[in-house]
Design a protein around this ligand. Structure first.
Ligand code: NAD
Length: 261
């Protein structure tokens, strides 16, 4: 049926090229898989060497994937990567700024080093990527960007404590709000996604292995279960597609209702 074909085509990423930062991690892998399955060529970017192997493994499974190593805190490296990849692929249509770190610290014991590190990676890193990849989208008047915020950016999560992380994630959502409005006339959409507690290596570091922490989380999550990375990736696959052409400057929570409860 023609109508159905056109509706499905709106969700397709065929012919588009996407850059995903933090692609060697848990949510980044799921984003790679989803965007690749929707037809995009995916450039996996990460600060770790294994990103090239990860890209090869996805390519072996049939995705159009290629790896690149850069650190999102190095603004020159980000700019060079954006220039090089735009040249190599003709255009980068999609950016998913997903790289991030988490840690635990009470505010009274919070070190300057931890504060600076989390802001550099979680906020500066997102800004550098949005600026370098986004300005080229603005020139072409076409593109879609998603950055990863968190439930920790909209409410005081518990029992784990990391005020620097929380502020960095609130700032990412606001960055997407203001840049989304700034670039709306240029047909470049910028949104944030706010994951809830998602089963990855990062979550292990902040309490997944501790039954008393898990109990508090599960009590507070309306579905009584952790999210899977594929659930975050599904939101992102939609947001970067033409099916989401009406959505920009938004924070889209994907958290099993945690932030609404
Ligand atoms: N897991 C959760 O419960 C959860 C919840 C809310 C938000 N998030 C956010 O989702 C994103 C992905 O998290 P994850 O759970 O997949 O974590 P993860 O630790 O599995 O993956 C993070 C990836 O980012 C990469 N990275 C870190 N610093 C980098 C840098 N300077 N430059 C380039 N790459 C860098 C790491 O090498 C890693 O591959 C993060 O921004 C995180 O804050 C996660």
């Amino acid at each position: 049926m023609k109508m159905a074909t056109e509706a499905f085509a709106n969700y397709s990423l065929a012919g588009k090229t996407a850059v995903v930062t933090g692609a060697a991690g848990g949510i980044g892998s799921a984003i790679t898989e989803r965007l690749g399955a929707l037809g995009a060529t995916v450039v996996l970017a990460d600060a770790v060497d294994r990103v090239t192997d990860a890209a090869r493994e996805w390519a072996d499974k049939g995705l159009k994937a290629r790896g690149i190593k850069f650190d999102v805190t190095d603004s020159k490296a980000v700019e060079n990567a954006a220039a090089r990849l735009n040249e190599e692929f003709g255009a980068i249509d999609i950016l998913v700024a997903n790289a991030g770190i988490a840690y635990e610290s009470t505010t009274k014991d919070h070190s300057d080093e931890d504060w600076d590190r989390v802001m550099k990676i979680n906020l500066n890193g997102v800004f550098y990527c949005v600026r370098s990849f986004g300005k080229r989208m603005v020139e072409r008047q076409r593109g879609a960007i998603v950055a990863i915020s968190s439930i920790a950016g909209v409410k005081a999560v518990r029992p784990e404590l990391h005020s620097g992380y929380d502020v960095s994630k609130a700032a990412v959502a606001h960055l997407c709000r203001v840049v989304g409005v700034e670039w709306a006339p240029f047909n470049v959409r910028v949104n944030a996604v706010g994951p809830g507690y998602t089963e990855t290596e990062m979550l292990k570091k902040v309490g997944m292995a501790q039954p008393e922490v898990m109990k508090v989380w599960l009590d507070d999550i309306p579905t009584k279960r952790l999210l899977q990375p594929s659930e975050i990736a599904a939101t992102i696959g939609f947001l970067v597609s033409d099916a989401a052409s009406g959505i920009t400057g938004q924070l889209v929570m994907t958290d099993h209702g945690y932030s609404a409860a």
